[in-house]
Design a protein around this ligand. Structure first.
Ligand SMILES: [Zn+2]
Length: 309
């Protein structure tokens, strides 16, 4: 059984202004890292373009339409203070959606063991009707809904170790007992949500914030004490990872001090959950990560663990 790597060249055509941390070089760094011969056994595929019907699994049609219509013919359009559209953005965003959906299709059908969708822009800040924080549509949330609608998954767990709280994913599933959303993130930090008291209408939101300066020990303790027991109780049919690598010690946007080995460890812990409850079914989706060396090394560690290497 294999690990599937999903990518698409449109990720390189979403252009942000000079100095913007969410830049094309991120994907170049990830792709270069995964070209190493250690990854020769990856199955590789280009993402299909996602459809508006897939977007509408988690976003109102009016929001999907508004993003489509905001797409510029030339130049850049500012959606919020740090969320920018270039002429290539809409295709990148739709392939991000299509990649997440394809990952679910391949994993739920048993054609691959697990899958990693390595595309940009990220998605976890996108709320149902609001693009923000570099994000337009919420890939992880769409993947979860697609697993339920197209493949009959009853319970889906989304685990988000990006250093920023996934306010969008939390908002989308706030009132939904069939999706568990669990997050470690630095707090206080953008976007400001993610306190432990934010638990959702059914107690299926699990926030385990970290403080600036925290590292390996506090992160692993948050997983072992707050997140893994809840995942075991929830018994997911599919595990989705919102895999941001900006909690790496080198990252310029935050102050958490994780190492590549922490991402290996967390990946293995979530694979154990998937093995125990979900027949090993696990889909991982790239979110943030803004230091190119930290991002590429962490992604390599994560994917190597997915390959059970
Ligand atoms: Zn982030």
């Amino acid at each position: 059984m294999t690990t599937l790597l999903i990518s698409h060249p449109s990720s390189l055509r979403h252009v942000t202004p000079p100095g913007h941390p969410e830049r094309t070089d991120r994907i170049r760094a990830v792709e270069q890292a995964l070209e190493d011969e250690r990854f020769a056994l990856l199955q590789r595929v280009q993402a299909p373009e996602g459809t508006l019907a897939q977007v509408e699994l988690c976003h109102p049609a009016a929001h999907a339409q508004a993003i489509s219509e905001a797409s510029p013919q030339q130049g850049l359009v500012q959606i919020d203070a740090d969320t920018i559209m270039s002429p290539g953005t809409l295709a990148a965003v739709l392939h991000g959606v299509g990649g997440a959906v394809h990952a679910v299709d391949e994993v739920m059908s048993g054609r691959v063991s697990n899958a990693f969708s390595a595309m940009r822009p990220p998605g976890h800040h996108a709320e149902s009707d609001k693009a923000m924080g570099f994000c337009f549509f919420n890939n992880a949330a769409i993947a979860a809904r697609h697993a339920q609608k197209a493949h009959g998954a009853e319970r889906v767990a989304i685990v988000d170790w990006d250093v920023h709280h996934g306010n969008g994913t939390q908002e989308i599933f706030w009132g939904d007992a069939s999706v568990l959303y669990a997050s470690t993130h630095e707090m206080p930090l953008y976007p400001g949500t993610g306190a432990p008291s934010e638990r959702g209408e059914h107690g299926t939101i699990v926030n385990a914030p970290l403080r600036a300066g925290d590292g390996t020990d506090v992160f692993r303790d948050a997983f072992e004490s707050a997140i893994l027991p809840r995942l075991n109780d929830f018994r997911p049919d599919l595990v989705i990872i919102s895999a941001g690598f900006d909690a790496h010690w080198r990252d310029p946007l935050a102050n958490i001090n994780l190492k590549e080995t922490d991402f290996t460890w967390a990946t293995q812990k979530l694979m154990e959950i998937a093995d125990r409850h979900a027949g090993g079914r696990l889909v991982s989706i790239l979110e943030g990560g803004y230091d190119l060396e930290g991002l590429s090394k962490s992604t390599a560690a994560h994917v190597m663990a997915l390959m059970r290497g």
